[in-house]
Design a binder for this molecule. Structure first.
Ligand SMILES: [Zn+2]
Length: 340
């Protein structure tokens, strides 16, 4: 276990370093450390990693998940507790929604074997079965996978990964090596991903916003990454394959003709709109447009990774609707709090 003061400092440092490497982005994922036989710290819910303060790293009681202070710990604290209970030797946990590991977790494999050892991660990784975020069922499934795993990471199907170790350095190396291993794995499975992933493109989408949207402070970017353009060439809607896409965008984003009026109409309703031959129009406030664009990209990568195994299976529509609903309720509450 790690002394509380040192644990908080390490979690903040981890937040910075993980943001810099792109392993965590925005407020997705969380980081924590064991501080006693019955306690651990974890990052607060909905806080940015770049500006994380000691108050936003919350100590939680392992027995009843209680905490003191006004700032709530991440709702995924139950998953952290499950890992500490399953692995008494683990003192540091990183939960990420990292791109390649998430896409590998949509391929429907219970166990992924790499073609070679990837540093600290070894020759392969287990993938926990799917359950909705924040549920007891998800905790249980991750607990089973962590108990059966030989290495220090487990993939969370359609969601991300948990990486852990005795120290921060160990857990960080696991997250990095896992991304490398999963990147190599999905590229080997899908030749398209091998060529497309480093080809980025972004355009200005502001001309497709209505005057009302502009007044309300909505911004727009056109995501034109090669992997996204390849999906677009199939001229289909883009359903959710991963949880965070369902939360921020919904069960599906529509495909529309390259017609200004049609695009504006769709953009008033959907945060992501697939525009024929042009790109994916991503809209939002306070940087959400960038988050939407990142999720469109990750969702397309997940689709192609899953397609390499046969027909890609999308997220259940009911599950996607529930996640979108929970996200919107939580987000509007946060916005309301900010205005108070
Ligand atoms: Zn998560």
């Amino acid at each position: 276990m790690i002394d509380i003061k040192e644990a908080k400092e390490l979690v903040i440092k981890a937040g910075h370093e993980l943001s810099e490497t792109g392993l965590i982005a925005r407020t997705w994922g969380n980081v924590g450390a064991r501080t006693g036989p019955h306690s651990f710290v974890i990052t607060a819910s909905g806080k940015s990693y770049e500006t994380l303060t000691e108050d936003e790293v919350v100590e939680v009681d392992m027995n009843d998940l209680s905490y003191s202070g006004a700032i709530a710990p991440s709702s995924e604290m139950k998953v952290h507790r499950e890992i500490y209970l399953a692995r008494p030797d683990v003192d540091f946990i990183i939960h990420t929604h990292q791109e390649y590991a998430t896409a590998a977790g949509v391929m429907g494999k219970g166990h992924i074997w790499f073609d070679k050892d990837h540093g600290s991660i070894g020759p392969g990784v287990l993938c926990a079965d799917y359950a909705l975020p924040g549920t007891k069922s998800l905790c249980k499934k991750i607990g089973v996978a962590v108990r059966n795993a030989s290495g220090n990471a487990v993939l969370m199907k359609r969601h991300g990964a948990v990486c852990y170790g005795r120290t921060y350095e160990e857990a960080f190396a696991v997250a990095r090596d896992l991304e490398e291993g999963c990147g190599a794995y999905i590229k080997a499975a899908s030749p398209m991903l091998r060529e497309d992933l480093d080809d980025f493109g972004e355009g200005d989408g502001s001309m497709f916003l209505t005057n009302v949207q502009k007044m309300e402070g909505t911004r727009a970017v056109m995501c034109c990454d090669k992997v996204v353009m390849d999906y677009l060439s199939m001229k289909m809607d883009l359903p959710a394959y991963i949880d965070d896409y369902a939360q921020l965008i919904g069960p599906s984003a529509p495909f529309v003709r390259n017609d200004k009026e049609e695009i504006m109409k769709a953009a008033a309703k959907y945060p992501a709109v697939l525009v024929d031959g042009e790109g994916v129009l991503c809209t939002g406030k306070n940087g959400d447009e960038i988050a939407v664009s990142m999720l469109v990209r990750k969702n397309c990568i997940s689709y192609f990774a899953a397609s390499s195994m046969g027909k890609a299976k999308k997220l259940g529509v009911k599950d996607a609707v529930i996640m979108r609903y929970v996200y919107v309720s939580k987000y509007s509450k946060l916005e309301g709090d900010l205005q108070k």
